[in-house]
Design a protein around this ligand. Structure first.
Ligand code: SAM
Length: 265
């Protein structure tokens, strides 16, 4: 986007702007926008992706918290009739206020890393509205989202991401692709919310509670960390060894525990 004034990147908003044309191209290709798509971009920043998306989709909504950057977009895209700016905090943004679109919205964003976990959980709440999501995130966060049981990266974020979505890590992005450069590596991840959950829990709130409680002290055994929710007999009745560590259980096993607790409460 052509800028009228020099913008000084704001750390508090996680502003690391994409400047590598090759990486921008790879992201745009991965999105593969069609002229029938309704896209929402979170944190458009200085428009590295926005300029490309707005030309190739039916409608583009952008959500940007920074007032100065939002003003720049107002000026730049004022004549477009397929562009809507929301100068808001995405964590408070109610996606249900957008007009419904057939097939669902496509969500794109080089996300502010400082709010990535709460933001992902906020988006999961509105997942029925989204056809797919393509995000740039810290590599370590993408590794947690895609982790299998057993490793250090496996935990609440991966379990709940994989509960709601099919998730695929696409490619890594080095710090040199940004200005200013972040201290960490990044990666692109694609999420496709399930229309029918492959492993549905009777009560998702209970599943979230079980997973959160299990991982609140990940060094403890399952029976110790879940003491407040279930006694060890519940686990043994389910054929789950209470001396296991929380990172060794599959999503299916967490759903089994959660369903049993819904029955007894
Ligand atoms: N998309 C641009 C790019 O790739 O160059 C900018 C990405 S930068 C990592 C993150 C963007 O998200 C910034 O523009 C920042 O102002 C915006 N942002 C940060 N926190 C936000 C929030 N809570 N709600 C909406 N936008 C936010």
């Amino acid at each position: 986007m052509a800028e009228r004034t020099q913008h000084r990147p704001r750390k508090r908003f996680g502003q690391n702007f994409l400047v590598d044309a090759g990486i921008i191209e790879r992201i745009v290709n991965a999105v593969n926008a069609k002229d029938t798509d309704a896209i929402i971009e979170i944190g458009p920043g200085q428009g590295a992706l926005t300029d490309r998306l707005v030309d190739s989709c039916a409608h583009l909504d952008v959500i940007e918290i920074d007032r100065d950057l939002a003003a720049e977009f107002r000026w730049r895209y004022e004549s477009r009739n397929n562009f809507t700016l929301h100068n808001q905090d995405v964590l408070k943004f109610d996606f249900h206020t957008l007009p419904p679109v057939a097939g669902g919205y496509r969500l794109i964003g080089n996300l502010p890393y400082n709010i990535s976990t709460p933001l992902l959980f906020h988006l999961f709440e509105s997942r029925q509205l989204f056809r797919d999501m393509l995000f740039m995130l810290q590599l370590e966060v993408v590794d947690r989202m895609t982790a299998d049981p057993g490793g250090k990266s496996y935990g609440r974020l991966g379990i709940m991401t994989q509960y709601y979505c099919r998730v695929e890590k696409l490619f890594r992005v080095p710090p040199t692709a940004f200005s200013p450069q972040p201290k960490v590596e990044s990666a692109i991840v694609r999420l496709v919310p399930y229309t029918e959950l492959p492993c549905p829990a009777r009560d998702t709130a209970m599943l979230e509670k079980v997973v959160r409680t299990a991982f609140s002290q990940r060094r403890k055994t399952l029976q110790n960390s879940l003491k407040s929710l279930a006694d060890k007999h519940v686990l043994s009745t389910l054929g789950i060894d209470g001396s296991r560590r929380p990172e060794t259980l599959s999503l299916e096993e967490y759903v089994t525990i959660s369903d049993a607790l819904v029955e007894v409460t």
